[in-house]
Design a protein around this ligand. Structure first.
Ligand SMILES: [Zn+2]
Length: 216
């Protein structure tokens, strides 16, 4: 049974199973989901029974399992194994250029971009691949970029309890590039700075320099 950990702003944690969230009983089965894809194909104006489209609903469902695999992942669990033998290392740890593949929750089209994640350890450090997995866990859901940025930063902050966390995401939203206003070169940049990254301009500048942004 999948468990979901919700971190609240006051630092408290709530662990609920899918059943407690009411999701298990609400989740449609494969046939119902495939029928919904057929309906959308018909709604778009095509024939779901023609040769090229007949296997499309099944393919779409497999793609959705990948796109939205983050719902089954508990990001808090990734960060729970930490290392304290750091020989006094107390400088920032920066993971730069993590590819983001997400989907906008308003149009269910891709958000593609890059995340930069940093923290200032307080004795405990975490394996760097775990930070990238936390990014993936939140990206592989229906998202808005602002919320995803905050979720990544808040989770790292509340689980690792470092002296500071910084997350910057730069991304292109296909709902802007391929529809609507059709602005293909517009990147959206969001950032969440916590602790030393928010209060200490030197720390913030150092981080921005490492990720190739001019420090403000
Ligand atoms: Zn959108």
């Amino acid at each position: 049974m999948n468990k979901t950990t919700t971190l609240h702003a006051d630092g408290s944690r709530e662990v609920a199973t899918e059943a407690q969230l009411g999701r298990a009983s609400e989740k449609p089965n494969h046939e119902a989901a495939a029928a919904a894809v057929r309906t959308l194909i018909r709604w778009a104006g095509d024939d779901p029974d023609r040769e090229g489209l007949v296997d499309t609903p099944a393919r779409v469902l497999r793609a959705y399992e990948e796109f939205f695999s983050g719902y089954a992942i508990d990001p808090v669990a990734y960060l729970q194994r930490t290392f304290e033998e750091t020989d006094g290392y107390d400088e920032m740890v920066v993971l730069r250029d993590i590819r983001i593949e997400s989907h906008c929750e308003h149009h269910i089209v891709p958000i593609i971009g890059t995340a930069h994640v940093a923290y200032l350890p307080d004795r405990r450090v975490v394996g760097i691949s775990k930070l990238a997995r936390v990014v993936d866990a939140y990206a592989r859901r229906l998202q808005i970029q602002e919320k995803m940025t905050a979720q990544i930063a808040n989770t790292i902050n509340q689980v690792l309890m470092p002296r500071g966390v910084a997350v910057v995401i730069e991304a292109y939203h296909q709902c802007m590039t391929t529809r609507g206003v059709h602005k293909s070169e517009v990147a959206m940049v969001t950032s969440q700075m916590i602790g030393a990254f928010r209060h200490n301009p030197t720390t913030r500048r150092e981080f921005l320099a490492v990720i190739g942004k001019s420090g403000g």
